[in-house]
Design a protein around this ligand. Sequence first.
Ligand SMILES: *Cc1c(COP(=O)(O)O)cnc(C)c1O
Length: 424
Amino acid sequence: MTLSSEKLAIEGGEPIYAGAWPASFHGSEEFAQEEKDAVLRVLDKKRVFRFLPRGIEDSEASQLEAGYRELTGRAHALAVSSGTSALIAALVGAGVGPGDEVIVPAYTYIATAAAVISARAVPVIAEIDNSLNLDPADFERKITPLTKAVIPVHMRGVPARMDEIMAVARKAKIKVIEDVSQANGGRYRGRSLGAIGDLGCFSLQQYKVITAGEGGMIVTDDSVAYQRCLMAHDSAIRFWQGDSSIPSFPGENFRLSELAAALAVAQFGKMPAILARLRAIKARVVGQIRHVPGLTLQDVPDPEGDCGVTLIFFLPSADKAKQFSAALKAEGIPNGTMYDNTIPDRHIYRNWDYVLSKRGATGAGCPWTCGAYHGNVEYSPDMCPRSLDYLGRAILIGFSQRMTDEHADLIAAGIRKVAGVILE
Ligand SMILES: *Cc1c(COP(=O)(O)O)cnc(C)c1O
């Protein structure tokens, strides 16, 4: 490789690139006339609450739900106020509650575990594998007679190993709730993410593929679960709609505002173009670094379904990863290591302080000390060593749909240059 003779920028050489990079947000970078029109349309209608009396036009929220039914092919979709509220309502919808355990991966946003606690169940933490998503084998090992559900998370746009996870879950009769917050529009073996488990949950927060600032969506084919989700998301749902054959129970207020729903409808229309561009950029970079010695790409269970929001690769050791990351940064290529003990990244179980110390909002100790719970889950900072090993050796580069092909080539050139010197 001719690049290997070049002097690294970190050692005083010429950097690969000294220019600027597009902002890393996705949907919000595409805000334009469509989004302005959508929000003003709601103001002109003077209707900001979705459940106004029948007889007027469809709410924005119901239009968004129709979009998600079409995207996922599922029978039901329910718009909610956030990805976290989607998870809580989906857990309640699936029948999860006091006394139950729910398995979550060691690498996911803390809200996944917090939602389990909010649903009054106990989170059980399982290892991730080289896809950086739930390891099906460790998921199976963590099952107890109390396990009611599992939440596979499609982190950073990459689908989890759903075939293996579904096989384990079906055998053990465990509900599967997909957390699609970071992989809106992603697919796995021809199916939309969120359409494989019993329920799928999406987020429309600003870091995600498309955004309404805040917002979320639940999809399912299970009519009873859907009715339960409706109740969980609105303490007075029976006043607006719902099937009275299912006994009512108290819920929260997780409704989506019409303003956010309208913004989301406009963004939803832009999602295919955003994803197509992200996928093209990632493919262009991957094609140029696939065979670089010493560097192992994250295993992507279905590369075609990958949203393309990030490139992740592993180095032989955590020290090498730190060295590589610093050298790549000096070349002008933005990147980061994923776990180095210095930044309390809230996506890594080790930093979920209130979970590890079993701390609720009061001193009562629920759900862990709840009379309905007969298990004895234990947590410790080192309980998932393989997850920490993978994350410690990983380097992440985030893509923007605004990157040009030249940006993609610069990223690849930077990686090849640094690898040529550091990994020989
Ligand atoms: C963002 C996120 C959530 C929470 O979504 P909010 O809309 O911020 O509540 C849950 N899980 C994962 C994996 C996320 O990335």
